[in-house]
Write a protein that binds this ligand. Structure first.
Ligand code: FRU
Length: 497
């Protein structure tokens, strides 16, 4: 049913999206207007892939959450669809928060999301209630279930929070639906809860696969659990994490646990833990299983700690990462841009073992929508201490990437990228060098950069704010380095849409 609130959002976004926006990134999903945060309902449906997102179309700021909607066949070309959900019912009147989607056995598109309701109590305090709600649709229009909320307080373990109960990730195995949601127990400790259902309307509580540890913050938002390469992976986004070495930064972070999930006992046993992404802007990742069997991840390429500052002249705020294929290498989660991007490459340019020491730019290596691979190895003079790439550079602005083989780290620094506020702009994280050699792949798409190290052992994503004509790239090192470069411009027209 299309309510007035949904209709209003649909009319507004349609009008806003009519004007061509050359400012939009080429490959990264945005709302087209307004604000977006978490990816929601990232899942295959009827031969295509749908992606919803937390959305407030009217302002460049978070507001009562709607679900925006796009779809794609190739993870490159995305079509805007009308907003799918608006906060228009009593049980979700303060927001349709994050959730999942799945194609039902009968062909309907099921959405499961968190309905948020705030009430003022007699004593003036505010009571917030979060419940899980279902909507059924055809890929464009969705009907909220009259039975909503379908997972409410009565299905929580005794004493658990009704205020922090959100972000159900949904999947289907045969005729059974599963939903994994974030919650807090009676002592305030975060837990992820698993639910099961035969019809997506009647659910039962199946267990608590995992609970927060102190380091991983008091609450795990947006959980995801899936099999990968013979093991299981549990992802979550942590509120208020503690910093830990160079692996985890404080605040909103993302964590990947690799281990085994035992469905019988509903327990996850952890074997290894790592950050999902080491950049400045990454939160709330969600994955799908593609029709050809790839586990693909997408995330909000922003972070609550630095997200409230729209760049001047941009009419949108928030974008998704480029979708990434996941695999395990031993216990390590590796990420790599989906292979479909390779069909968008044009103007190839490569150089072999160029000697780099004093800062130089290389003819043919520049641009702002790029796929750039670098292989760095020490020259005859021995190991370098730091090798730096400056990109998105003009006379005054630049963003830097520096390799420190002795420390075994990589540092990204966007202090001089034009960001309007003094929030965190630097991150340094562990990477491996083989006798000083390292491989870096950099995806640049106007307002963002994503780095993949050594075939995807680490990924780091960040936004940047230098004007689009800041296109230069410079290399420098304290000792001679032999640099091999493979550069492609990226153009969506290279692919038939
Ligand atoms: C994570 C989150 C979710 C919530 C949504 C609200 O970024 O806080 O827990 O559902 O954003 O927009």
């Amino acid at each position: 049913m299309q309510t007035d609130l949904l209709e209003k959002a649909r009319i507004y976004e349609e009008k806003e999206r009519r004007s061509v926006r050359p400012e939009l990134p080429l490959f990264h999903v945005t709302g087209g207007c307004g604000w977006i945060n978490d990816p929601n309902g990232f899942a295959p449906y009827k031969g295509e892939y749908h992606l919803f997102f937390q959305y407030y179309p009217y302002e460049l700021a978070w507001g009562p959450m709607h679900w925006g909607h796009v779809k794609t066949c190739d993870f490159i070309h995305w079509d805007f669809l009308p907003a799918a959900l608006a906060p228009d019912q009593e049980y979700d009147r303060d927001g349709c928060f994050s959730g999942g989607a799945v194609e039902m056995a009968d062909g309907r598109h099921l959405l499961l999301y968190t309905g948020v309701r705030r009430e003022e109590c007699e004593d003036g305090s505010i009571r917030v209630t979060q419940t899980q709600c279902a909507a059924f649709g055809d890929g464009v229009d969705y009907q909220k279930a009259p039975e909503n909320p379908v997972i409410g307080a009565s299905l929580l373990p005794e004493g658990n929070s009704t205020r922090d109960f959100r972000d159900p990730k949904l999947w289907r195995e045969g005729d059974i639906y599963y939903a994994l949601a974030a919650n807090r127990n009676r002592s305030g400790r975060g837990e992820v809860l698993l639910y099961q259902s035969d019809d997506a309307l009647h659910w039962h509580f199946a267990g608590i696969p995992a609970s927060c540890t102190e380091e991983n913050g008091p609450m795990w938002e947006c959980p995801d659990l899936f099999p990968l390469d013979g093991k299981h992976v549990l992802l979550h986004s942590a509120l208020a994490m503690r910093a830990s070495g160079l692996e985890f930064h404080p605040g909103n972070g993302t964590v990947c646990h690799v281990g085994r999930f035992d469905a019988q006992s509903c327990t996850f046993s952890e074997e290894a833990v790592q950050a999902v992404d080491y950049g400045l802007d990454f939160y709330a990742p969600q994955t799908l299983l593609s029709y050809d069997g790839r586990r693909i991840l997408i995330a909000w390429m922003q972070n609550w700690d630095s997200s409230g500052f729209p760049a001047e002249n941009l009419h949108f705020i928030g974008q998704m990462t480029f979708p990434r294929e996941l695999h395990l290498s031993g216990d390590r989660l590796c990420q790599w841009p989906v292979r479909e991007i390779e069909a968008c490459r044009c103007n190839p340019f490569s150089l072999q073992e160029v000697s780099v020491q004093d800062e130089l730019c290389l003819q043919g290596i520049c641009g702002r929508v790029l796929d750039l691979s670098l292989h760095i190895r020490p020259g005859e003079g021995g190991l370098y201490r730091c090798f730096t790439v400056k990109f998105a550079a003009d006379a005054g602005l630049y963003t830097e990437l520096t390799c420190f083989p002795e420390k075994g780290t990589l540092r990204i620094d966007r202090t001089h990228s034009g960001f309007p506020r003094d929030v965190a702009h630097v991150r340094e994280f562990p990477v491996s060098f083989r006798n000083g050699e390292i491989d870096l792949r950099l995806l640049l798409d106007k307002w963002s950069f994503e780095i993949f190290v050594n075939g995807g052992e680490q990924a780091a994503s960040s936004t940047l704010y230098a004007p689009p004509d800041a296109q230069q790239i410079f290399f420098s090192s304290d000792r001679e380095v032999l640099l091999s470069v493979e550069k492609y411009d990226l153009a969506a027209e290279e692919l038939p849409s």
